[in-house]
Design a protein around this ligand. Structure first.
Ligand code: SF4
Ligand code: SF4
Length: 287
C-alpha cells in the first residue's frame, strides 16, 4: 500500500508512476519487497527494480541479514526505520543514508507498528523528489479508499511527523554478508507428497520439527511483560499464543522471549490484565 501511495504521490507531483509488490512467504512478519518507479518520461519498463536509486527499509533487522545496498546506483540513498543516526548505520559500503524512528512515530499516531506511511514522509524529506502534500494525497487516496478517512488521517499525521524527524547523513561500511547458498531442495527435488524433511543447513535446521531451533524473537517490536502477582494461571494466554511461546508453570505461566514475536494476543486475552505490552528498544540515539 505504501508503494502504491508513493506512486499516487508522484503522480500528484506531475510524474508518471507505477508500483507493485512482490511477496515471498505468505505470513505476517515475513519480509516482502515492493517497487515504485516514477519519472518525467512515460514509463515503459514494468519489471521489478534491480538497480534502485533509493532503497527504503521498513525494518532495521533486515540490514543485518540482507545487503540492502545490493544494486543501489552510485550516489543512491538508503532510508532506514531505526533509532540510530545515519552515521551509526553499518552497511556493506558507505552510502548516503537517512534515518527516522518510524516505529515510535507510527505507534504514537496510528497506535500500530505499521511504519509504511511514516516512511513515505521520510522519503519525501530525504529525497526532495516529491512533496509532503503529494504524500498526503497518496495516503488519503490509497488508505482512505481501502480503510477509512480516520485511519488515513492518522497515517497522514505519521507521515508529517516522520518528515520533520528524518535525519540525513552517510552510513558507514564494514558489514559483511554470508554468501547466499542453495539450502533447500526445489519442489522438483522433493519426493511427491512429502514436506521438507528435517535437515541441517548453513542457516540452521529446516523441515519438519525444526521450529524449536529457529529463534523468532528478533521480529518483535513490543514484548509481553507478565505480572506474576496478578496471574491466576487460567492458561488462556498459553492456549491462544500462536507461537507456542508460553509454557505452563507450577503457579504461573512463563513467556519465552526467544520465540515470542510480540503479537500481543496474550495481553488481549488476559482478563486480570496480568500481561501488558511494552516497547522494546535496543538503542536510542538522540538527534
Ligand atoms: S491469561 Fe493472564 S491470568 Fe491467565 S495464565 Fe495468562 S497471564 Fe495468567
Ligand atoms: S506476544 Fe504473547 S501471544 Fe504473541 S507470541 Fe508473544 S507470548 Fe505469544
Amino acid at each position: 500500500m505504501a508503494a502504491q501511495a508513493l506512486a499516487v504521490a508522484a503522480s500528484h507531483d506531475g510524474y508518471s508512476a507505477i508500483a507493485f509488490p512482490f511477496f515471498g512467504a505468505e505470513r505476517r512478519g515475513a519480509p516482502v519487497l515492493a517497487f515504485t518507479r516514477f519519472g518525467e518520461e512515460r514509463l515503459r519498463v514494468r519489471t521489478q527494480v534491480y538497480e534502485p536509486h533509493f532503497v527504503v527499509v521498513l525494518d532495521e533487522s533486515l540490514v543485518e541479514t540482507v545487503d540492502v545496498l545490493a544494486g543501489l546506483r552510485p550516489g543512491g540513498m538508503v532510508i532506514v526505520n531505526t533509532t540510530r543516526a545515519p552515521d551509526r548505520l553499518v552497511l556493506s559500503k558507505k552510502a548516503k543514508s537517512a534515518t527516522v524512528d518510524a516505529t515510535t512515530i507510527a505507534l504514537k499516531h496510528t497506535k500500530q507498528a505499521a511504519v509504511n506511511t511514516a516512511m513515505l514522509g521520510a522519503f519525501a524529506k530525504a529525497t526532495g523528489l516529491i512533496t509532503l502534500e503529494g504524500v498526503e494525497a497518496g495516503i488519503m487516496e490509497v488508505f482512505g479508499r481501502r480503510l477509512s478517512k480516520e485511519i488515513a488521517d492518522r497515517n497522514v499525521a505519521a507521515a508529517r511527523a516522520a518528515y520533520e524527524a528524518t535525519r540525513l547523513g552517510e552510513g558507514d561500511s564494514g558489514r559483511v554478508y554470508a554468501k547466499a547458498t542453495k539450502w533447500l531442495p526445489t519442489a522438483q527435488e522433493l519426493p511427491p507428497g512429502l514436506a521438507t524433511p528435517p535437515m541441517e543447513t548453513p542457516f540452521g535446521r529446516v523441515g519438519v520439527g525444526s521450529s524449536p531451533s529457529n529463534l523468532t524473537g528478533g521480529w518483535r517490536v513490543n514484548k509481553p511483560v507478565l505480572d506474576g502477582a496478578e496471574c491466576t494461571n487460567c492458561l488462556l494466554c498459553w492456549f491462544y499464543c500462536p507461537d507456542g511461546s508460553i509454557t505452563r508453570g507450577e503457579k504461573i505461566v512463563e513467556i519465552h522471549y526467544e520465540y515470542c514475536k510480540g503479537c500481543g494476543i496474550c495481553a488481549a486475552v488476559c482478563a486480570p490484565k496480568a500481561i501488558h505490552m511494552e516497547r522494546e528498544i535496543e538503542e536510542e540515539v538522540k538527534a
